[in-house]
Design a protein around this ligand. Structure first.
Ligand code: HEM
Length: 458
């Protein structure tokens, strides 16, 4: 990669060639990490007609996402996911986005999320009931099936049990296909129907069919539900207009995709890290056994499970599932000492900013104590953004934290998961940041060794 310093903005660099666009689309986190190390606070490069700026400083990320959010829209490359999700909340803008966000918001209010806790605990407990000591688990697969069932029962009042594994596979194939398409630079005339493309399009059609069937079934028998699907289908504006079935379909697929893959990936990294840091795993086990004894977790237990939450937050620092957040400048924008032209793509990379030595001591070390309450309050704004920030912040962030805390405690209370090999794990940046091979772990059983009295002071 050739980088040359720009004269005007300090600590910034420019790169201009077409391969830059391909690199950034194919391996954004690797590309941006190299770029941030080479270029500092802000790096600028152009790819044909597209001017791209990558931002590597917390206060600048905070300006783009929060303080000057109105000056930006989602980056056009983000819209590729629309092939699966349609024009759902992840990509829609302006008045449509505001309307849909307002309609979906009640499903994510604190009171509602608290009510999901029992369902999450019951499904987590059911998932581990089939685990046997000595089993070798594909942790990613197990987490995807579980988080998909959780989305199904909490937001759609439907048990996806029979469909969960197949639906999860279809979503993965569809996302993989979309990811590959976005990294391709090809002419439409060469864009033949390859077997990979056929599989990708089939997977998208199957997810579409599944969700449209849910909507049809609900229209046929609407009574007795108070879930997100009911809110979306029953919503009325002041003029009495509601969402069309296509709009409901787009939002439903968006929430299924955004709401299960991300949490599953983040949990998979968490178990991988706990396998590398047995003392943190041991502390989690003790905490879970003391807080839950032999019961299922409930909302009231969460305050007694602070380590589980800290572990999850630290895991998302090192491996943020949403590793790049993209915007496009609607107009010319002054960001502190930098000026950005209208139409510029702006890439904020939580993967790099979460590893920035200026914001984090020992940035590559796994240390959940960074998220103990006092330490967490001292983290500079914009330095820790696994859920984004500002008006487009993840609508499911509190849901995800509660879900992860319950799943971690439910598993840690009964089992220890140990790595089956010691090879270092690399990253595979897809639409989310995946491990570069399946995380396979062995199930070991735990004898209860701590009574609540033993474990005081954990
Ligand atoms: C660990 C889990 C999760 C992570 C890391 C994550 C990450 C993110 C990030 C970074 C954004 C902002 C993207 C941007 O600003 O361009 C986002 C948006 C969004 N997330 Fe999440 N998310 C997670 C879980 C969830 C869950 C559980 C749901 C729903 C059940 C969800 C639904 C959404 C939706 C609908 C948006 C778009 C919001 C809008 O623009 O109004 N996410 N997520």
């Amino acid at each position: 990669m050739t980088l040359s310093q720009l004269s005007a903005p300090p600590r910034s660099a420019v790169r201009s060639d077409l391969s830059a666009l391909r690199d950034v689309l194919r391996n954004p986190s690797g590309f941006l990490l190299t770029l941030s190390q080479a270029a500092g606070d802000i790096a600028q490069f152009s790819a044909g007609p597209v001017r791209i700026v990558s931002i590597n400083r917390a206060d600048l990320a905070q300006r783009v996402l929060v303080e000057q959010a109105d000056a930006f829209r989602k980056m056009p490359a983000v819209r590729v996911i629309g092939a699966l999700t349609g024009n759902g909340l992840l990509i829609n803008e302006d008045a449509t986005w505001r309307r849909h966000r307002r309609l979906a918001a009640p499903a994510f209010q604190h009171r509602r999320i608290a009510a999901y806790a029992d369902t999450i605990a019951a499904l987590a407990s059911e998932a581990v009931a089939g685990w046997r000591v000595g089993d070798v688990l594909d942790v990613g697969q197990a987490m995807k099936t579980l988080t998909l069932r959780i989305i199904g029962l909490t937001l759609f009042d439907t048990d996806f049990a029979l469909d969960a594994a197949g639906l999860s596979d279809d979503i993965e194939i569809a996302l993989d296909f979309i990811n590959r398409q976005s990294g391709r630079v090809s002419l439409p005339i060469l864009d033949r129907l390859t077997p990979g493309k056929v599989r990708g399009l089939e997977a998208i059609a199957k997810v579409d069919h599944f969700v449209r069937s849910l909507i049809r079934a609900r229209r046929a028998s609407p009574g007795g539900h108070t879930d997100l699907l009911d809110m979306l289908m029953g919503a009325r504006d002041a003029d009495g207009s509601g969402l069309s079935d296509d709009e409901v379909r787009d939002e439903a697929i968006t929430l299924i995709v955004a709401g299960h893959e991300t949490v599953a990936t983040a949990l998979t990294w968490t178990f991988h890290l706990l396998g590398q840091y047995p003392q943190a795993a041991e502390r989690l086990r003790t905490e879970a056994q003391v807080a839950l004894e032999d019961r299922l977790a409930a909302f009231g237990d969460l305050e007694r499970l602070p380590w589980a939450l800290q572990v999850f937050k630290e895991s998302m620092r090192l491996y943020p599932a949403a590793f790049v957040i993209g915007r496009e400048a609607r107009q010319r924008v002054d960001l502190g000492e930098f000026r950005i032209a209208a139409g510029t793509w702006v890439m904020i990379c939580p993967y790099t900013s979460h590893r920035d030595p200026r914001a984090w001591a020992n940035p590559l070390g796994f240390d959940p104590d960074r998220f103990a309450p006092a330490a967490e309050r001292a983290i500079p704004r914009g330095a820790y953004i696994p859920f984004g920030a500002g008006p487009r912040v993840c609508i499911g962030n509190q849901f995800a934290l509660l879900e992860a805390q319950i799943i971690l405690a439910t598993i840690a209370r009964q089992f220890r998961l140990t790595p089956v090999d010691d090879r270092p794990m690399g990253i595979r940046p897809m639409i989310t940041l995946n491990p570069d091979r399946p995380v396979m772990m062995r199930v070991e059983c735990l004898a209860r060794s701590h009574s609540p009295r033993d474990a005081r002071g954990v």
